[in-house]
Write a protein that binds this ligand. Structure first.
Ligand code: KIV
Length: 267
């Protein structure tokens, strides 16, 4: 099966230039064509087809049940509607445990899903996988800090990197994954000072979620931005629909807030 995906105007090169020029990168998740088209038209730079779809689309308690078939399907829905934004897809739980498995699954997300980058939850341990993907021409975003696929090990979604050892481990992971060829880092739920340190010492764009204001860009889950998350909304999230009349205005308000550094606010 061959699928034609037209060229997008936001490229990795453009995201790198945004970092160099200190222009904040506005990112959001999307899982279907209708929302992806709204995000694309309202100036979102990066759309993540997140495995958070396990929770916000499928109603599960975590992301661990999400499969490659789910990710390919939702990536196809999103990329069929996007003309401008850079699109990333998550590699689901246990789909990158070896170099060959990671190569096969990342290839499917790029070729069948039509995305431009894959994201995997990483530490130093995944450096060889990142290196192989990168050398084969697959851009990689390494997701560090709170890694939701580790929920059964962690026992809850809590702040990471707030003691000396885990902070040092995160710094080491960020360095080694970048050296291995990662093209982007995503930092979830880590202290602002640590996120600032990683961002200033990285030459690649660093996107934060619950990691303070000083990352090169911000990401949130779309359903949190629209105030329709079931259960507990993360403390760092904000409902942008509360102060506007419609969904496009809420998304535009989020993009403006990220670009002007008024979201997230300094603690
Ligand atoms: O799956 C997802 O939506 C994510 C974001 C929380 C960054 O990884």
């Amino acid at each position: 099966m061959s699928v034609h995906h037209p060229a997008k105007s936001i490229t990795l090169k453009r995201l790198q230039a945004m970092k160099s020029q200190a222009e904040k990168i506005a990112c959001l998740t999307a899982y279907d064509a209708s929302f992806a088209a709204v995000l694309d038209a309202t100036g979102v730079d990066v759309i993540l087809v997140g495995d958070s779809l396990g929770m916000v689309i499928q109603g599960r308690e975590s992301t661990v049940s999400v499969t490659m078939d789910d990710m390919i399907y939702h990536s196809q829905c999103v990329t069929s509607a996007v003309r401008h934004a850079f699109v990333i897809a998550d590699m689901p739980f246990m789909t990158y445990t070896s170099v060959q498995q990671a190569l096969d699954n990342a290839t499917d997300l790029i070729q069948l899903g039509g995305v431009q980058m894959v994201k995997l939850e990483a530490s130093v341990r995944q450096a060889s996988i990142v290196q192989e993907l990168s050398e084969c021409g697959i851009p990689v975003c390494a997701h560090l800090g709170l890694r939701p696929q580790y929920i059964h090990k962690l026992g809850g979604y809590s702040m990471q990197g707030n003691d000396q050892k885990s902070s040092d481990d995160l710094l080491r992971s960020a360095e080694s994954l970048q050296a291995a060829g990662a093209d982007m880092l995503l930092l979830e739920c880590i202290p602002e000072t640590l996120a600032r340190r990683i961002t200033s010492s990285s030459s690649i764009p660093v996107i934060g979620i619950g990691a303070g204001q000083d990352c090169d860009g911000q990401i949130l889950v779309l359903h949190d931005v629209l105030g329709i998350t079931r259960g507990i909304t993360p403390k760092f999230a904000k409902n942008f629909l509360a102060d506007t009349h419609d969904i496009p205005s809420a998304i535009r308000a989020y993009v403006d807030a990220v670009k002007s550094c008024s979201f997230p606010l300094k603690p």
